[in-house]
Write a protein that binds this ligand. Structure first.
Ligand code: PMP
Length: 444
């Protein structure tokens, strides 16, 4: 493995030559909140896989559910004409648990990018059914991340993820992200910032003409863009604007769903009911690939009552509602509820936020810390006043020294990203902070 590491595999979001020069860590085992690499180093996984292993690496309930389902039926399709027991049961559970958000239907997918793609497609299809086929455009936030497919890449707010693949979907417009640390208005007051971003959204809608816009998509807390926590009222303001203009709202909850933010979902955190929600990642706690687009009555009833051919859903995935994935999902959901992981994320998140503030007061290189439940970012800068981003080499060295100190973190641009398993205990929070402290101290 060491010999062949990074030779045949092209790793996502990386330069092939860079990966060969510094091969990725090979992870061999996982237990609880820890993973062990090929050299036998065991570290606390403060990334939680990739924002998804909420229940840690030794959830026997999920493992057993997967094994049992493999025995009974490893696969059957959920395309029209056939269905499977676990997909029916999981869909029922999901509509139960996401009912406060207004979600009543489930369109299964095989991952987060699929869920976004389906939401965008269903939004366009909804307007065709409604006889308003000119509503084809999408609004999204700068710095937002919505996956890899052409639709998701088009609404992605980071130009770096778009530029290699252009031309993308036409008619996509981005409005400023409500980041109190970096925003074009230079506004750090959250309430005022929310108003300015909402006004920018209104302006864009007026400029485009509301009756050409299908949907607005946003992450309730922007993840890959650097854990940007919007002001408390921003999502509500965005919902009001969407309502005023009839625009659908899609809440991309691929990261924020299932308790990550300290609430059951990001939409619930901000007290908003979107029209669709995209979920994936923690739906199985990472034990099996699965995703879903959740749909409210407004959309579902339009499709269900439609007499024309437009009402027939014209896309799907071979692994939509994979029975093994759904069995894993049922078990993960049950464990998440039983252990009240949303509450644990809120409690541990408060401790983590305090610890990160201490790191900020100790280390000049820390420009900003942001934390919502158990998703957090430490933004590294070479100069605090000018907010100049720390260089790549420094950031990578800090991640390496933190790993040496027993904590796996993730680097995204000049941000250290944290999204540990939600089963985290108070001592684990202290260990994460101590590991990062050691990493920051080692690289001066
Ligand atoms: N949406 C958001 C908000 C995400 O963070 C991600 C993945 N990080 C995706 C969509 C895409 O999900 P996947 O990688 O499972 O395709």
């Amino acid at each position: 493995l060491l010999e062949n590491n990074a030779k045949p595999i092209w790793h996502p979001m990386a330069h092939p030559a860079e990966m060969r020069a510094q091969p990725p860590k090979i992870i061999m085992k996982g237990e609880g909140v820890h993973v062990t690499d090929i050299h036998g180093n065991t570290v606390l996984d403060a990334v939680g896989g990739l924002w998804n292993v909420n229940l840690g690496y030794s959830c026997d309930h999920i493992k057993k559910a997967i094994a049992d389902q493999l025995d009974a039926l490893p696969y059957y399709s959920g395309f029209r004409g056939t269905s499977t027991g676990p997909s029916i049961e999981l869909a029922h559970e999901l509509t139960e648990w996401f009912r406060p958000e207004g979600m009543t239907r489930v369109f299964f997918t095989s991952g987060g990018s699929d869920s976004v793609e389906s939401a965008l497609r269903l939004a366009r299809q909804y307007w065709k059914i409604k006889g308003q086929g000119d509503r084809t455009k999408f609004l999204a936030l700068k710095k937002g991340y919505h996956g890899t497919h052409f639709g998701g890449a088009s609404v992605n707010g980071n130009a770096n993820f778009r530029r290699n693949y252009e031309p993308l979907l036409p008619g996509v417009f981005h409005i400023p992200a409500p980041s109190t640390y970096r925003n074009p208005f230079n506004e750090s007051d959250p309430a005022r910032l929310a108003q300015l971003c909402a006004a920018a959204m209104e302006d864009e809608i007026a400029f485009q003409s509301a009756d050409t816009i299908a949907a607005f998509i946003m992450e309730p807390v922007l993840g890959a863009g650097g854990v940007i926590v919007p002001p408390v009222n921003f999502m509500k303001l965005a919902r009001e604007i969407c309502d005023r203009h009839g625009i659908l709202m899609i809440s991309d909850e691929v990261v924020t769903g299932f308790g990550r933010t300290g609430a059951w979902s990001g939409a619930r955190l901000w007290g908003v009911q979107p029209d669709m929600m995209t979920i994936a990642k923690a739906i199985t706690s990472g034990y099996f690939p699965l995703g879903a687009t959740l749909i409210n009555d407004r959309i579902a009833e339009a499709f269900e009552s439609d007499q024309s051919t437009f009402g027939s859903i014209g896309h799907g995935y071979t692994y939509s509602g994979h029975p093994v994935g759904c069995a894993a999902g049922i078990a993960a959901l049950a464990e998440t509820r039983r252990l009240k992981l949303d509450e644990n994320a809120a409690a541990r998140g408060k401790e983590l936020a305090r610890a990160l503030e201490q790191l900020k007061s100790k280390h000049e290189i820390v420009g900003d810390v942001r934390c919502q439940g158990l998703m957090a970012a430490i933004e590294l800068v070479s100069d605090r006043d000018g907010k100049k981003a720390a260089d790549k080499k420094t950031t990578a060295a800090i991640a390496d020294r933190t790993y040496d100190a027993g904590v796996m973190i993730r680097v995204s641009g000049n941000n250290i990203i944290l999204s540990p398993p939600l089963i985290l205990g108070p001592a684990d929070v202290a260990r994460i902070a101590a590991g990062i402290d050691a990493g920051l101290s080692a690289v001066k």
